[in-house]
Structures are given as C-alpha cells and as structure tokens.
Design a protein around this ligand. Structure first.
Ligand code: OGA
Ligand code: NI
Length: 359
C-alpha cells in the first residue's frame, strides 16, 4: 500500500525500521498531496492570507554595544523585548565564514543517502546527537513538515556532545556554537541590564547559561503549505535562542493576535526570548509564540541555537521583580524538570509555562 496514496492516520511506531523522514517521503514519491498524518485540524492551519508581511520586527546594530552608544542599544534591546520578544541583530560578531561553513555542513548532511543519515537516528530527542523527524513523533497525532539533526552540549549532564557530531560538521559546529554562545552571554547581560540589572548584580543573581543545543532544520518543499506547518506554534523553553535562516523565509511570530513574518535579512541573526527569561523577570519580558510555515516551491533551512541553564539550576522569579504589587507568577522549578515536561508533549503554543504557574 502506497503511504502517500492511502496514508494511515496513526503515527507509525517509532522504530528505526519504519523511520521515514519527510525529506525521503517527498523525494521518493514526487509527492502531489500532503499525507493525511501531516494535515493539521482546520483551526490549527496557517491561513496564509491572514499573515502580516508589512510589520518589520526590530533590527538592532550591536556594534554600538562596544562604543559610546551602549545605553542607546540597551534601550533598543529592552524595547524590542517588551514589544516583540523577538528581534534581529547585525554586527553581532558571529563570523560570516563560520556561519557559511555551518550552512555547507548542514546541506551536506541533508544530501546524504538515507542510510548514512540513519546512523544518527535518535527516535525522539534523547542523545547528544540525533537525526529526528517532526518534533516528538511517538506522541504526535499530526506530524511537522521537517527533519532535523540536533547537536547538544550539556556540561552539567552528558558532557560535550559535539565530540560525537558527524566528522564533516564537527569543527563547524564547535566554532559556530562557541561564537553564538559568546553572543548569547552578551545579549542576556544586555537584556537584564535593560531592566536595571547591572553587571555585578547579573553575575550574582542570574543562573549561568550551560546547556547549548543546535538544530539543523530542513523543511522540504510542500505540495500544499495551507494544510501543514514546518513547526507548530510554540515558545522556546530555554533562556535565549539565536537563529540563522536562509533566504527562503517562513518563520512567523504571534504579535497582537496576528502572525507576522520574520523576513530574512542578509547576515542578520534572529534572537528570541525563551520561557526562562519570562520566569526570571516575573513576566516583565515574555517569550513569544512562533512557528514556521512551509514553502510550495523551495526547501528551507534554519539553524537555531538554544541556550539554557544547567539542568539542576533552580529557576524562579528574581527577588527584584517580585513585590506586593507583583507577586511571583511562577513557582521555583529545576530547569531539567521544565525541559523534560516540554519534550514530553506535542508543541502547543505557550502552554508549557502552565507547568510552573503559581498556585
Ligand atoms: C525551533 C523554531 C523556527 C524556524 O526550532 O524552535 O522555532 O524558523 N524554528 O526554523
Ligand atoms: Ni522555536
């Protein structure tokens, strides 16, 4: 029975034997229709005609952080976090050659024969390096239109996962993640400085970034982008995300109940506030729901890098953001528990924050 002509509505059991990346499905069958188990219920489809293409999310030039314009840049970052929770940065210090090397490695990976990619097959996200399809296939009733390779480094648990990365992308990934991490540290400092947390206090009060993961997302061209999504609406569970996307576009953020396109800007990186910043600032800054749509004509790639606290870090609103008028909105939680909860359920807007809501 052809999977594409008469697909099953049930997700296949998640074993390596029946793994089928969406890329292979598209390539092998010259797909004319979206298979049934990728078709979202009506109310969860993307409705492209209602997407806003004209509201540009802020673009911030970080070169000013190092010269006399630091105050002004910090203010811009604060405003962007308040208004959008999303912004793009230029002059960010992540070298073009390092980014290009990573793109090349990512293309190389997704061009490998299925058999070679399967050497990194990981079922649902678990190990330090893994090839996956959709988000958590074993618990989803509708799949996402993407295949990914993730690379994870968590000194607090599994050590340096990048050592296990495929040889052709290991060096590129180590270099990119190193530069992205330096940027993430700088931006976390700037974000809290915009709330009046000066560097000494930041060092004292803030949990350090520890866990780092990189996703190479591949979204094949889709016969009907109105029926499915590359990634469903969600907020990122960690502290801060730094994403590079190619020129195809497809990332959208939910702003004032409207989906707004994050247009690719050459050389820019997309930054978004994760759930941990929302918790630490007791809601002053909020993580923002975002998603990625598919494209009928072209495959798309994105490479987000996620930065998070150590799994054992205990995260709660910082005392400075809690007072009589602003009681703590979130209970203290071990980051590892928050993260585990996120990965144990399908992506669903910002609902993972309910896990830590104060009673
Ligand atoms: C993610 C994500 C968006 C994109 O992987 O968390 O939001 O544009 N990706 O690929
Ligand atoms: Ni995301």
């Amino acid at each position: 029975m052809g999977f594409t002509s008469f697909p099953s509505a049930q997700p296949p059991a998640d074993s390596a034997n029946c793994f089928q990346g969406i890329q292979e499905l598209v390539d092998a069958s010259c797909l004319q229709h979206v298979p049934l188990n990728y078709i979202r219920p009506l109310h969860k489809r993307p409705f492209h005609s209602q997407v806003c293409h004209s509201r540009p999310i802020p673009i911030i030039d970080l070169s000013g952080l190092l010269d006399g314009r630091r105050r002004q840049v910090i203010e811009e970052i604060g405003l962007a976090c308040e208004d959008w929770g999303f912004f793009q940065v230029i002059n960010h210090g992540v070298c073009r050659t390092v980014r290009e090397r990573m793109w090349k490695a990512a293309y190389e990976f997704f061009e490998l024969p299925a058999k070679e990619k399967m050497k990194f097959y990981a079922g649902d996200h678990g190990d330090a390096v893994g090839y996956v399809t959709s988000f958590q296939r074993s618990i989803e009733s509708v799949f996402e239109w993407r295949d990914s390779l993730y690379l994870r480094r968590d000194p607090s648990t599994s050590g340096d996962g990048l050592k296990k990365a495929p040889a052709f992308c290991r060096e590129a990934a180590i270099e990119l993640l190193g530069q992205m991490r330096a940027l993430a540290d700088q931006l976390c400092g700037a974000i809290f400085e915009s709330q009046g947390v000066e560097s000494d206090a930041f060092e004292r009060e803030m949990p350090k970034l520890c866990k780092e993961s990189m996703l190479l997302n591949y979204y094949p061209a889709c016969p009907d982008p109105s029926l499915t999504l590359g990634v469903g609406g969600h907020s990122d569970p960690g502290m801060l995300t730094v994403l590079m996307q190619d020129e195809v576009g497809g990332l959208q953020v939910l702003k004032d109940d409207e989906w707004v396109e994050v247009k690719p800007v050459p050389d820019a990186l997309v930054i978004n506030v994760g759930d941990q910043i929302q918790i630490l600032t007791n809601g002053r800054y909020t993580s923002v729901e975002h998603r990625a749509v598919t494209n009928a004509g072209k495959a798309r790639m994105s490479i987000p890098c996620f930065f998070s606290p150590a799994v054992d870090a205990r995260i709660a609103p910082l005392a400075r953001f809690v007072n009589e008028k602003n009681p703590a909105l979130y209970r203290e939680t071990r980051f590892g528990d928050y993260s585990k909860n996120f990965f144990s359920r399908p992506l669903d807007s910002k609902s993972n924050l309910d896990f830590v809501a104060s009673a």
